[in-house]
Design a protein. Structure first.
Lengths: 561, 84
């Protein structure tokens, strides 16, 4: 009975959940070879910020894309951006095709679909990195525009670009670190000498958020207006697989953040602990506050049957599709019920993903961690939550920088949204077990005949979480116990946690758009109304209130240097 | 708790269906399915009347639509003790 879970090892080769762990940890392990001077991941393609007039004056693909190699990867130095793109496709094309084979997907369709999604993703990613959309102003341009002008933007990270201009000034004999103030001419010379600084008449300063939104938009266009094409891509449009792999890579990033922030900024380590503890509270809220309210609403106000109400309550309140299937299984509901509810959840998750990051950024621009945790509690499905967290991160960091000139470290907001959601995810097995007991003893009343096995908890446990914690703890262990290897480990880990992770996010954005078909809401009027009421009148406000209680005033560490 | 009989379980939209080689059972509810299992096992002659038989029903996750399997990997397993 291969498609039935019997042993604790069942599914290790046949489920996307486990394949997220295998692909995530394999590439993380490959990255760690940098400890021994081997750069096994330096081939990864990395997008660059580019400006279109400069590009069209001398078109060159290398202006759009580079190679991500670290210090150990001298062999990749001569590679072109296009070469890196092909190598990245080959590596991920092969590992995902192997995964698809073991998951019993149609491998031929998967390979064709994945190739198409991959190149659409990179096209959207590169387009979104055009400087007018992405680039932020230098801090000199933000804070001393009367000297530098208000039109100087960065083609790299803001603090690096700012540092480069200051270095150029120092070479001109102006040391801003000691309080020297340059003349307008000196400032202009320094900007001209800085290759990564550019003058532009306008810029939206959206950071990487524009690439995310563009990918999502492209995916949604395909999913809703090009349905034949969406059908062709469907076999490879696996947002949950992609995002779970990305979350394993995020574990590396979190290890990096916990170590570096504790070392540099004491508050950073505390913030990580705070996020973890509040995540536990979020799980309490989802299971013991949201669920009973939505279940009662379904039963009393919408007159739903007991099983429909339970499945819907889990889907809306806990962790989306996964919770709906787990609950339906626990209470022995007909499979058609979670399938119908899942269609609803997927569409609503998309609405949440589009609406909430912008709404939270506008509503509470100075409460980044509150917004992140509220997102983790409100947005259902891992893919939509992590995607919404990523957009929120980009939007809030950019808007805070534009408003204050102060730059928050990136990815803390994303980490807040994901950590909160993971806390909720890990208890779904326990919740389903409890529901199964209630159904056997109180609803079916057949305690002498039916038995509920503890193994059900393990079968429902989200396995990618194991990969996430293994990556996180391994990185922290290396830095703590082998400090002499930390820098070398960082070289490979940085490639995994940055361009590789971001690529998996980008693939998720396109794939989640492709599988979202808003026309699926037709004919689901009553359930749709219940979902909308529960989400916007109950879950979103309570989630925000709880997040505010725990996280108000918390902000990510500030980038210095 | 080893089962004496195993069925691969699915749902055809109307009824729960259990299959084990030549054995085929069905029922609109779990209770009716269990009744049918008793009937089929009695008729098979494998167990004497009055025997308590432990039956494992493992849901065939391959019957869940492919697009949905990425979200969760398990529906349910059911272990029941039936008196024939």
């Amino acid at each position: 009975m291969a498609s039935v879970n019997r042993k604790w090892t069942d599914g290790m080769l046949t489920t996307e959940d486990w394949w997220a762990v295998w692909i995530g940890l394999t590439l993380f392990g490959a990255g760690l070879l940098s400890i021994w001077g081997i750069d096994a991941v330096g081939w990864m393609a990395k997008t660059k910020t580019w400006e279109w007039t400069s590009f069209w004056s001398s078109p060159d693909f290398d202006k759009l894309l580079g190679v991500a190699h670290g210090k150990a990867g001298k062999a990749y130095e001569g590679w072109s951006g296009f070469g890196a793109l092909l190598m990245t496709y080959l590596v991920f094309g092969v590992v995902t095709a192997i995964g698809a084979y073991f998951q019993k997907l149609d491998v031929k369709k998967f390979i064709l679909g994945f190739a198409t999604i991959f190149f659409i993703t990179f096209a959207a990613w590169m387009t979104g990195h055009e400087a007018h959309f992405k680039a932020a102003k230098t801090s000199q341009s933000m804070l001393q525009s009367e000297i530098y002008g208000s039109d100087v933007y960065c083609l790299t990270k803001v603090h690096k670009c700012t540092g480069m201009i200051n270095k150029a000034l120092k070479e001109l004999g102006v040391d801003v670190a000691t309080g020297d103030i340059p003349t307008r001419e000196q400032a202009a010379q320094a900007v001209d000498k800085t290759k990564k600084a550019i003058r532009m008449s306008w810029g939206l300063q959206l950071g990487g958020g524009f690439s995310y939104m563009l990918s999502l938009f492209v995916g949604l266009i395909i999913g809703n207006f090009m349905k034949g094409f969406a059908g062709f891509l469907k076999e490879a449009a696996k947002p949950e697989w992609f995002i779970k792999t990305a979350i394993v890579y995020l574990g590396v990033k979190l290890g990096h953040m916990s170590i570096s922030s504790t070392a540099k900024v004491g508050a950073g380590g505390e913030l990580m602990l705070d996020l973890a503890l509040a995540g536990a509270a979020a799980a309490f809220v989802a299971y013991l506050i949201f669920w009973p309210i939505v279940y009662t609403l379904g039963r009393k106000a919408f007159k739903l049957k007991r099983d429909a109400s339970a499945v819907l309550a889990s889907g809306i309140s806990i962790c989306g599709v996964s919770a709906a299937i787990a609950t339906a299984g626990a209470i022995r509901a007909k499979p058609i019920l979670p399938i119908a509810v899942s269609m609803l959840i997927v569409v609503f998750a998309m609405i949440e993903l589009v609406v909430l990051p912008t709404a939270y950024t506008a509503m509470a621009p100075e409460q980044p961690i509150v917004n992140a945790a509220a997102m983790g509690m409100t947005v259902k499905t891992d893919g939509a939550d992590a995607a919404a967290g990523a957009i929120l991160d980009e939007l809030m960091v950019s808007s805070h920088y534009i408003a204050s000139g102060e730059l928050w470290e990136e990815d803390w907001i994303l980490a807040g949204a994901v950590l909160t959601k993971i806390w909720i995810d890990v208890f779904i097995g326990v919740w389903a077990f409890v529901l199964a007991l209630i159904w056997v003893y109180k609803v079916e009343r057949r305690p002498d005949q039916a038995h509920v096995g503890l193994s059900e908890i393990w079968f429902r446990f989200p396995k990618f979480v194991l990969g996430y914690f293994i990556a996180w703890l391994t990185y922290v262990a290396i830095v703590i116990w082998f400090p002499e290897s930390a820098k070398a480990a960082d070289a490979g880990a940085n490639i995994v946690q940055s361009p590789m992770r971001k690529m998996m996010f980008m693939l998720t954005f396109v794939a989640i758009g492709v599988i979202t078909d808003f026309s699926k809401l037709k004919g689901m009027g009553r359930l749709t109304l219940l979902y909308a009421i529960a989400l916007f009148a109950i879950i979103a406000p309570i989630a925000y209130g709880v997040s505010y209680l725990f996280h108000r005033g918390l902000v990510p560490p500030i980038v210095t240097g | 708790m080893k089962a004496q009989v195993e069925f691969k379980l699915s749902h055809d939209g109307d009824q729960w269906i259990g299959r084990n080689g030549d054995l085929f059972v069905s029922g609109e509810t779990m209770q009716l399915l269990d009744n049918d299992i008793c009937r089929v096992l009695q008729e098979s002659g494998q167990f004497p009347r009055g025997t308590r038989v432990r039956v494992f029903l493992g849901f065939d996750f391959d019957t869940i639509p492919t697009w949905l399997r990425q979200y969760h990997t398990h529906y349910f397993n059911r272990l029941v003790t039936l008196t024939l």
